[in-house]
Design a protein around this ligand. Structure first.
Ligand code: HPA
Ligand code: ZN
Length: 342
């Protein structure tokens, strides 16, 4: 379906939150090469073109290999600041007014970069975006599920010294063979320390992993969750409990989680009344930021005007903002919709 210019403008302009975004996945080839030069880090690829050509993936693991290699250019606090600032400036242009941002501490601490360096650089950029754009943000460090539990425990300990800057703990990286159950105890400790929890589940893994994330990790949201559709009881449960799913259409296409956006579960899930949201995951690698994700899914499955409003409101309802803050942002969506229609 072709969407008309006015609908395109409506989608681009609607105030939205982004809830599934890996900051390391926002490192654009140009900045990656600049940082490689600045820090004298050798990469396998040495032009923007070559990097773009390398971004063709058969599955999640092929992507992760390139994504972790790309992250090796990040050394100093300034590097983490620059990457985060570039994302926030872009998000602001796309009318993202609130972002809940993942980062992968172990990707850096395992290379000898201190946790403090990473979080200080990211946090400074968040502060500046709040001052300059009024864009609010929360941070979600993710544990890498393909590493051992001991490393996750150590990472959680580091995270605990920055409680005030962190909203929740997440779980990402290679899913199949690394079920949520592996991290049950670590997530228990995280919750005892006052953190909310989220987890990637049902991206390549089965619906059973989504159940585990809910029942064992007590997550507030499921990241991706595509394969939930294979289990009718699970879909009913997600709907009854209003457990949000953070979908990333272009990521799903690039990582072959779906063969065609027309077959993306978003439409069915929306029709069933699930709390679904649209996000960009790793925009520098998957060919688009949040607006490109909205636009491609809108073209492929024929989103309606009202469905776009629901998705934007869901993005705030599914966030970790307070009820009062959520209402403030949702009012902005409603005002935008009203003024656009006039
Ligand atoms: N899935 C799992 N781990 C990730 C992803 C993803 O889509 N992006 C970055 N780390
Ligand atoms: Zn992700």
């Amino acid at each position: 379906m072709h969407i008309n210019k006015s609908f395109e403008e409506f989608i681009k302009g609607i105030p939205k939150a982004e809830l599934h975004l890996h900051i390391e996945g926002t490192l654009e080839p140009k900045l990656m090469l600049e940082l490689a030069k600045r820090n004298k880090v050798k990469l396998k690829y040495d032009s923007v073109d070559e990097l773009h050509k390398a971004y063709s993936f058969k599955n999640l693991q092929e992507f992760l290999d390139i994504y972790y290699a790309g992250a090796t250019v990040l050394i100093t606090e300034q590097d983490f600041y620059d990457m985060t600032w570039a994302y926030l400036a872009k998000a602001h242009l796309q009318n993202v007014i609130h972002a809940e941002i993942f980062f992968d501490p172990q990707t850096h601490t395992n290379r000898g970069i201190s946790f403090d360096t990473v979080i200080n650089g990211i946090h400074k950029a968040l502060e500046d975006a709040k001052t300059k754009f009024g864009l609010t943000a929360k941070l979600i460090p993710c544990l890498l599920r393909d590493l051992d539990v001991e490393s996750a425990v150590q990472t959680l300990n580091q995270v605990c010294s920055y409680k005030n800057w962190i909203a929740a703990i997440g779980l990402d990286s290679a899913e199949v063979g690394n079920p949520p159950s592996k991290f049950k105890e670590v997530f228990n400790t995280a919750r005892q320390n006052g953190f909310l929890t989220v987890a990637h589940a049902g991206e390549e893994g089965p619906a059973e992993y989504v159940w585990e994330a809910i029942n064992l990790l007590k997550v507030s949201r499921i990241d991706h969750g595509n394969n939930s559709l294979d289990d009718e009881k699970l879909v009913d449960y997600l709907s009854e409990q209003k457990i949000p799913l953070t979908f990333c259409p272009l990521s799903n296409l690039k990582l072959k989680v779906v063969t065609d956006l027309k077959k993306h579960p978003l439409k069915t899930m929306l029709e069933k009344g699930l709390m679904v949201t649209i996000n960009s995951d790793d925009p520098a690698y998957f060919g688009g930021y949040v607006n490109e994700n909205y636009l491609s899914i809108a073209e492929s499955i024929g989103l309606l005007h009202d469905e776009v409003c629901v998705l934007a409101k869901n993005s705030f309802n599914a966030s970790f903002l307070t009820e009062q803050e959520k209402q403030f942002y949702i009012n902005k969506v409603e005002e935008y919709n009203k003024n656009f229609n006039e």
